[in-house]
Structure formats: structure tokens, C-alpha cells
Write a protein that binds this ligand. Structure first.
Ligand SMILES: NC(=O)c1ccc[n+]([C@@H]2O[C@H](COP(=O)([O-])OP(=O)(O)OC[C@H]3O[C@@H](n4cnc5c(N)ncnc54)[C@H](OP(=O)(O)O)[C@@H]3O)[C@@H](O)[C@H]2O)c1
Length: 385
């Protein structure tokens, strides 16, 4: 029996993970599940899988959670510290699938257990990459990437041939507005932006995908995960989302991992690692005349990709934290109709230019940088209109 915990079990990645765990209750036993506000789904998951702990981040919902779990053996807890504590309850495998910088502390706590952490929360590496990777080394943790692109690279990157790697190639679907000009982006609504053409995901990552900010965050994520220079990480547009990413070696070989655009494949890869398990998700039918196309990314149309490269070139974890915080503030403003879709990147760019980029030597300093950057971004957003 592998004991598993899922941080962010009620989200898109969390629900796919639950699906896989539920398909093999003979192999997996659930220790802890966490959510932010969705008490009903959290309690339903905890009941269905007999979870030992269920934790809701919103403290006001503690009584609701207790009531929803009445008659079960599941222990209820509430508050953001309780979520971090849940990440520290011993488990063999922990999924970090909270969205945004809100997941940083719990991801770190999970890493400090020194077992296996499946990482969906890319913002943990974007905000605090050096601290996370240092903890991975110190505690001997197996950090398994769940982002489909990084999981693809993880599957085809031979650690013994690292000197032979020419470049990592992240694929990007281009999102729902790939063929729209910048001028056409002004009137995009939140409803349109969260409808991704190939993937079903949470709202924040769907907007990130539409602006290409998701790929920018992924460049930074790949930089920390695979320890390659940033100029060795490329992005190509691949609208079908079937080739999930590639590694090009110096002998001209390009190795890729393919699959249907269903997160249950990379999650299953991480859940069963180092073995394999059958997925409950969609699989690729090669008999269906699948056409694969690749094109260069237009960095004038998608300026955030250059911003991510500049952030890495600055070689400062604080710059990366500012980049992420500004984007989270801008996406939240767009989703609540306080900002136009086409203004998201300029808010991020202006915040990066305005914010002080301190040298940071602790996670506390990263959190302070994150909070300061959010305040600056809010001012930039207020000044846009
Ligand atoms: N979705 C995908 O296909 C996909 C693919 C690759 C990588 N990722 C990454 O995986 C992470 C999760 O994405 P998602 O699409 O699954 O997001 P999502 O659907 O929005 O789910 C987010 C999860 O985090 C919880 N949460 C939100 N704010 C929280 C807070 N302040 N404290 C504690 N928990 C909180 C939510 O709880 P409630 O439900 O109660 O709000 C939910 O369980 C993101 O970092 C994303 O970039 C996602």
C-alpha cells in the first residue's frame, strides 16, 4: 500500500488524481486531502476514500467541514497553517496541486518529508526555485514533475546523457486566441479565456495558457527542475497538444513523449513511478489520422516569454517572485473584470520595471517580495483605467 496525500484535491489536477487513486484502492490509501473553500467536494472525497485527514484553508468553514464529515473517522482541520501541517503528515506520495503562490509553503513542507512529491504547483518553483531545490537535495526527496510538458521531459531526459542535451523543447498549444492579433484581444471575456481548446483546467492556468504566461512560468519551472541553462530551453507552438515536450540531443535525435491531452497520464506516471499504472483517462488513438504541426513562437505577439527569459537572466529569485505575483494579481483582476485581457502582460511588465528586486536569502524574504509586488501590481491595475 502506498499512502498518498493530495494538496488541492478539489481542483482540476486534484480531481484527476482522486480519480486515479479511486481506481486502485488496493494500492493506495489516502492520508490527507486539502481544499480552500469547497467543503462539499472535500468531504465527499474524504468519505469516498476514507481519508484520515481533511483540511479546509478557510478557517470560517471549519464547522461546516466537521458537520459534513459527521459519522466518519476523518479528522477535520482548518486554516492555512493546517494545510501546511497536512503536507507534513507522513505519506509516501504527496501531490502538490494548490494553485498559485498559496501553495509554496505546503509544497516545501511536503518536500521536507523526504519521500516523493508530485509537483503540479509550478508557482512553487517560480517563486522559490532555489529554496525548493535545496530542500529536495537536503532531504533526498524525489520531486516528480506533473505539468505535462515537464513530465514529458522527465520521461525522455536520460540523466546519464545530460552533457549531450542540446535543448529542451517545451510545446505550447497557443491557447484559444493563437490566431488573434493583439488588437483583437481587447474584448476577450473571462468566459472565453477559460475555455481552452485542448485541455480542461482550472481558471487561473487557463488564462495563463491564453496569454502564454503559462509557458513563461514553465520555462522558469524547467530551469530549476532540470538544471539547464535558460538559453537551452525553447518553446514551439503545437496546437494539437499531443507531443507534450521534447529533448533534442547533440547527435540530432529528438525524443518526445506523446499522449492524449488528459492530465491523468502525467499524474499516473508520477503516482506509479518508478512503475507504470493503467490510466482512467483518455488515450491516444493513432488510427485516427492525427496530424501534428509545429511552428515558431512569435515573441512580439507573446511578450511574456521574453519577460521570463529576462527574469532568468537577472539570476535573482526575487525577480521571478515579482513576475509571478504580478501575474497572479493581473489574472485575478481580469477574472473579476477589472482589467482587460490584453492588459495582463503590460501590468506584469510594468510591475517588473517598478518593483525593487532585493537580494533574498530566505523564504520569508520571498514572501515579502511577493506581497510588495502584489501591492505594486494593484496600483498599476488601478492606474490602467
Ligand atoms: N489543471 C491542469 O490541467 C494543470 C496542468 C498542469 C499544471 N497545473 C498546475 O497545477 C496547479 C493547480 O491547477 P488546477 O488547474 O488544478 O487549479 P484549480 O482547479 O483552480 O484548483 C486549485 C486547488 O487549490 C485549492 N486552493 C486554491 N487557493 C487555495 C489557498 N489559498 N489555500 C489552499 N488551497 C487553495 C483549491 O481549493 P477550492 O477548490 O476549495 O477552491 C483547489 O483544490 C496550478 O499550479 C497549475 O498551474 C494544472
Amino acid at each position: 500500500m502506498k499512502t498518498v496525500s493530495i494538496l488541492g484535491s478539489t481542483g482540476s489536477v486534484g480531481r484527476s488524481t482522486i480519480d486515479l487513486v479511486a481506481s486502485r484502492t488496493d494500492k493506495f490509501r489516502v492520508v490527507a486531502l486539502t481544499a480552500n473553500t469547497n467543503v462539499a467536494l472535500l468531504a465527499e472525497q474524504a468519505r469516498a476514500l476514507g481519508a484520515e485527514h481533511a483540511v479546509i484553508a478557510d478557517e470560517k468553514l471549519y464547522e461546516d467541514l466537521k458537520q459534513a464529515l459527521a459519522g466518519t473517522k476523518t479528522k477535520a482541520a482548518a486554516g492555512s497553517q493546517a494545510v501546511v501541517d497536512a503536507a507534513g503528515i507522513p505519506a509516501d506520495w504527496i501531490m502538490a496541486a494548490i494553485v498559485g503562490a498559496a501553495g509554496v509553503s505546503s509544497t516545501l513542507r511536503a518536500i521536507e518529508q523526504g519521500t516523493t512529491v508530485a509537483l503540479a504547483n509550478k508557482e512553487s518553483l517560480v517563486c522559490a526555485g532555489p529554496f525548493m531545490m535545496e530542500a529536495v537535495r537536503k532531504h533526498g526527496t524525489s520531486l516528480l514533475p506533473v505539468d505535462s510538458e515537464h513530465n514529458a521531459i522527465f520521461q525522455v531526459l536520460n540523466p546519464r546523457q545530460i552533457d549531450g542535451v542540446k535543448r529542451l523543447i517545451l510545446t505550447a498549444s497557443g491557447g484559444p486566441f493563437l490566431r488573434k492579433t493583439r488588437a483583437e484581444l481587447g474584448s476577450i471575456t473571462p468566459e472565453q479565456a477559460v475555455k481552452h481548446p485542448t485541455w480542461a483546467m482550472g481558471r487561473k492556468i487557463s488564462v495563463d495558457s491564453a496569454t502564454m504566461m503559462n509557458k513563461s512560468l514553465e520555462i522558469i519551472e524547467a530551469y530549476y527542475l532540470f538544471n539547464v541553462k535558460h538559453d537551452k530551453i525553447d518553446v514551439v507552438i503545437h496546437p494539437q497538444s499531443i507531443v507534450h515536450s521534447m529533448v533534442e540531443y547533440i547527435d540530432g535525435s529528438i525524443l518526445s513523449q506523446m499522449g492524449a491531452p488528459d492530465m491523468r497520464t502525467p499524474i499516473a506516471n508520477a503516482l506509479a513511478w518508478p512503475e507504470r499504472m493503467a490510466t482512467t483517462g483518455d488515450t491516444l488513438n493513432l488510427g485516427n489520422q492525427i496530424n501534428l504541426s509545429f511552428e515558431q513562437i512569435d515573441i512580439v505577439r507573446f511578450p511574456s516569454v521574453k519577460m521570463a527569459r529576462d527574469v532568468l537572466q537577472a539570476n535573482s529569485p526575487a525577480a521571478s517572485a515579482v513576475f509571478n505575483a504580478a501575474n497572479e494579481a493581473a489574472v485575478a483582476a481580469f477574472l473579476t473584470r477589472k482589467l482587460k485581457f490584453s492588459e495582463i502582460e503590460s501590468v506584469v511588465g510594468e510591475t517588473l520595471q517598478t518593483a525593487e528586486i532585493p537580494s533574498v536569502s530566505s523564504l520569508e524574504a520571498i514572501f515579502q517580495t511577493d506581497a510588495d509586488a502584489r501591492r505594486i501590481a494593484e496600483k498599476v491595475i488601478a492606474g490602467v483605467h
